[in-house]
Structures are given as C-alpha cells and as structure tokens.
Design a protein around this ligand. Structure first.
Ligand code: PMP
Length: 359
C-alpha cells in the first residue's frame, strides 16, 4: 500500500513516473540495460538528457539566451557557486532573507566578500515577505539573491521583485514547476530536484547567457557555469538516473496539461488546507495570508502535548512525514505537484477527527 507522503524532500513522486521507471528498470527502450548502467557519453543517455532539457524548456517556456544545466551538489552548493561566479560583476550583492534557506545562502556568500542584506525577517519569526518598498537595494549590486519559497517557514513570494538592471537570482528549490513562471525576469534560477522535480542528487540551474564567464579565479571548475554550459552539463559524470527520472516527471507534467493545469490544482489543494486550518479551533498557521506557501504548509497545534499523538494517529491512516522542521516544531504538510488532492482531503479528514477527539 502506498502512503500519502507529506515529506518536504526527498518527497512524493508521481506514481505513473515510478511505474514507468519500474517497467524500464532492466531494459530501457531496448538498450538491454538500465539507465543506471549506461555511459553518460553514449547515444541513449544523450537522448535522455536532451529530451529532459527540451521538455523543461517547453514547460517553463524558457527563452533563447538561457542555458539549462543539470548539476550536482544540491541547492546548497549553489549557495557557493553563485557568489563564485557572479560576485565580480559589480558591487556587493544584495541578499534578501525570509527564512532558513535564504539565511544559509547569505551565510555562504559572506565567505567570499562583502554582502548587503537588502531586507530580512531574521529578527522576527520569518512569517512574511517584507514589501519591496522597504528593501535597501543597491543599483550597482552584482546581483540580488532571494528564496522564492522558504520550505521550512512556508513563506512564498507570489510576485517577482523588480531589480532593474541588477540580475535577479532565485532559489526555487521547493516550488519550481508548481505553476507558470516568467523566466525572462531572472538572471539565474536554481532548484534542488528532490522536492518538485525528481530524486536527490540533481540540481537544475537556468542561467542567462550574459552571466556565463567572469567567475572568480578561485572558483572550482566544476562550479563554473561557463564550463558546465560548454560541456553540456557533463564536465564529469552527471547524476544520470536522477536526470532520467526528472525527465519522466517533465513528461508527466506535459501530459497533464503543463504548468497552467498543475497551477490550478495546486491552488485548490492549498486553498482547501489553509481554509480548514483557519476555520479550525485546534490548528494555526503563522504566516501572513498573502505570503503563504502553496507547497509547504507548517501548522501548529494550539494545545501543548498533542504532537506525538497527532503524528501517531496520522501514521495509522497512512499519512506520513508530517513532523515539522526541527527549528520550528509542530507539523508541516508539503503538498508538492505529485501529492494528489485525495491526499490533502485525507489529511483534512484526519485533522478534523483528531480535533473532535481532543475538543
Ligand atoms: N533551498 C531550499 C529552498 C531548500 O528547501 C533546500 C532543501 N531543503 C535547500 C536549498 C538545500 O537543498 P540541498 O539539500 O539539495 O542542498
């Protein structure tokens, strides 16, 4: 029996994708071997990565003039790659801190040079997005970095910051592909795969051509975007199996109507869960309504001492990985693209029953 998996990542994958991977495990399209066993330089894998890139370009309508890179090291290694590649392009970069992940990105960038904190909710509870009018932006900054969906705090940007000529760099690890996106507004987008895209071990970078080159002389070759682009994401062996599964996820999204269709479904799932939480007597979500994440929904129980009972009862109904992040406590339901609406309904039914039991 498959459970409803609310993990923040590695997270639920679409069942048809897993079934196809299973069917192709021993013999991929007549190659007589698994994708895991193929040379990354061979014709078969060449086709897999080319299709994955083409399908991602179709899904996101990525304009010409952007490179798509399939890299390793997770989103966290991009916290280093970004300053190492882009810092020398202008003045100290601007960083916006709205939660755990943008704070980590800032901390890493500070190892390489001066950084300007343009806005931060670090003094508070990371429960909102500060309005753009209050950001201290530097028009000469090398770039502006922010995290457009904070996986731990459940804070999502539902708008794109206007930074003029300063390249906009966004960590979209936990919501890329959750809906349509105007890629042309960004200099660089990156996302670890293990939430909304595929298995761990893969990070996707979408970078504008003019940001290639100019890396610090100390930038490791494997982190240099120009070298990675020139080598077609293969200066060394890439995460071949993760790329293959990500490619199947892209095909699954396309077959389901693309990002406009998944956007509607994500809206509906989030609306159901947040309205139940807001109307309930037992549960609360701390995030400002306009900035709530559609993907990661943290919630607390108002009565102390019930967390373990809540989690145990949920497990009995096949609702798993609901424990909140260790820094926040409480619960968190991650409801990525691959979480069916039935999973959200089953969670709400359980939450309602648990509330009645403990009224
Ligand atoms: N950024 C965000 C928004 C994340 O959610 C995560 C992982 N939870 C990371 C970065 C770090 O990703 P990784 O573990 O792939 O380095």
């Amino acid at each position: 029996m498959r459970v409803h998996n609310f993990s923040a990542g590695p997270a639920v994958l679409p069942e048809p994708v897993l079934a196809q991977a299973q069917a192709e495990m021993l013999d991929w399209e007549g190659a007589g071997m698994s994708v895991m066993e193929m040379s990354h330089r061979g014709r078969e894998f060449g086709q897999i990565i080319a299709e994955a890139e083409a399908d991602l370009r179709t899904l996101l309508d990525i304009p010409a003039g952007y490179r798509v890179l399939f890299l390793q090291g997770g989103a966290s290694l991009q916290f280093s790659a970004i300053p190492l590649n882009l810092m020398r392009r202008g003045g100290a970069p601007d960083y916006v801190v709205t939660g755990e992940w943008s704070a980590k990105a800032l901390g890493e960038a500070q190892r390489y040079g001066p950084v300007n904190v343009a806005a931060s909710t670090a003094g508070g509870a990371h429960d909102h997005v500060p309005p753009l009018a209050r950001w201290r932006l530097d028009p000469a900054a090398a770039y502006l970095h922010y995290c457009s969906n904070e996986t731990v705090h459940g804070v999502e940007f539902h708008w794109i910051p206007e930074t003029g000529a300063v390249p906009l760099v966004a960590d979209m690890s936990s919501h890329l592909l959750s809906g349509p996106l105007d890629v042309s507004r960004f200099g660089l987008i990156y996302a670890g795969a293990q939430k909304n895209i595929g298995p761990a071990g893969l990070v996707i970078v979408i970078v504008r051509d003019d940001l290639l080159g100019g890396a610090s002389p100390l930038c490791p070759g494997l982190l240099d975007y120009r070298l990675n682009a020139a080598a077609g994401s293969m200066p060394n062996t890439p995460a071949t199996y993760s790329i293959y599964i990500a490619g199947l996820v892209f095909k699954w999204l396309l077959a389901g109507g693309g990002l406009a269709a998944i956007d509607q479904l994500n809206d509906e799932k989030a609306r159901l869960l947040y309205s139940f939480i807001d109307e309930s007597t037992l549960y609360t979500n701390p995030v400002a309504r306009a900035d709530r994440s559609r993907m990661n929904v943290p919630f607390m129980l108002r009565r102390a001492g019930l967390d373990e009972a809540f989690l145990a009862g949920a497990g009995e109904r096949g609702l798993v990985q609901l424990r909140g992040h260790r820094s926040l406590g409480g619960m968190r339901a991650s409801i990525y693209n691959a979480m069916p609406i039935e999973g959200v309904r089953a969670l709400i039914d359980y939450m309602r029953d648990f509330q009645t039991l403990h009224a």
